[in-house]
Design a protein around this ligand. Structure first.
Ligand code: ZN
Length: 320
């Protein structure tokens, strides 16, 4: 079925972009791409990844994974660095270009590696801004049980779809730390939800590699889940509870990174001799790797850790 994007999430088409004023790429280094956002100019990037959907998918699914430092015991987890510091440390000093970063629980029934893609953090922040401005994200926490201290809260969510045809995504997060005790980091390693969507199925696609196992060993969080988690942070923060923020595994785009991604949608094309105009729109894997390049150039604190004074509230980012 053909899905129509809600206006807030629409991108300019190739022909619409080609109507803008062309600026050669060598005059716009990658760190200056955010300046193109909301302008009437565009540039063309050399091709990095094949246009082929299967190649894009395989790289997204099987590309290099940046592992946050793992812990293997309760004591080790309690004594480990703050979640934010763990992420900053890893994302500020990596070799090569990863396609995601990850954490993994040492305990519990579901020990799948949790993977996070930068583009989903960007799109999650955008969906969160959209949902907050329209009060379209609903939250219902089940937090009264005594188990909350050890297992965190279960939180029911409704997160809007980005397409006109679909109703809201309804799902439940488990293992959300909502008590400020020493268990919070241990609990947060188990973070998971029962959400499913077309995009998550795309992320979970398995390929017939000779050594592949039957079931996927990873759980890639999608942007609906990330938008939902940002709303959870906000909901509890307003009640003076900071545990969901302190254990938040998702990075959040700064204003600069928001501009970078808006430009990727409306002011950037990629050389592709097989396409109609010799150019094409950046696809999901292109955007992921471009975000990693951007992060590597400018550092994680400039690109994926907003501050109130520099960036304001992520709810108020103008995406349109
Ligand atoms: Zn989803």
């Amino acid at each position: 079925m053909f899905m129509t994007k809600i206006d807030y999430f629409k991108e300019d088409s190739v022909s619409r972009i080609l109507d803008k004023k062309f600026i050669p790429f060598k005059e716009i280094p990658i760190e200056n791409i955010p300046q193109l956002a909301f302008s009437n100019e565009y540039t063309i990037l050399p091709s990095i990844i094949s246009n082929d959907n299967e190649v894009q998918r395989k790289l997204f699914k099987h590309g290099l994974e940046l592992k946050l430092e793992r812990t293997y015991s309760a004591r080790g987890t309690i004594n480990s660095k703050k979640t934010k510091d763990l992420i900053i440390e890893s994302l500020d000093s990596f070799n090569g270009l990863p396609w995601c970063y990850s954490f993994k629980p040492y305990w519990g029934m579901d020990r799948k590696t949790r993977r996070i893609h930068l583009i989903d953090c960007v799109n999650g922040a955008r969906l969160y801004a959209y949902g907050s401005s329209n009060e379209k994200i609903k939250i219902l926490p089940y937090t009264n049980s005594e188990r909350v201290e050890k297992e965190g809260g279960q939180i029911y969510l409704e997160v809007p779809s980005t397409t006109k045809e679909e109703g809201p995504h309804k799902f439940e997060f488990s293992f959300v730390p909502i008590v400020n005790n020493e268990n919070k980091k241990i609990i947060s390693l188990q973070l998971s939800s029962d959400h499913n969507c077309g995009y998550k199925r795309f992320l979970d696609l398995k390929f017939n590699y000779p050594n592949s196992r039957q079931s996927s060993k990873t759980n890639d969080f999608c942007f609906h889940e990330i938008a939902g988690y940002l709303a959870i942070i906000d909901y509890f923060y307003q009640k003076g509870i900071k545990a969901p923020l302190e254990t938040n595994p998702f990075v959040i785009p700064t204003l600069l990174t928001k501009g970078f991604n808006i430009a990727l949608e409306n002011n950037v094309l990629i050389l592709d001799k097989n396409s109609k105009h010799g150019v094409r729109k950046p696809k999901i894997a292109d955007k992921e790797i471009l975000n990693w390049q951007f992060l590597k150039l400018l550092g994680v604190e400039q690109t994926f850790f907003p501050t109130k004074t520099r960036d304001g509230n992520i709810r108020d980012y103008a995406w349109k």
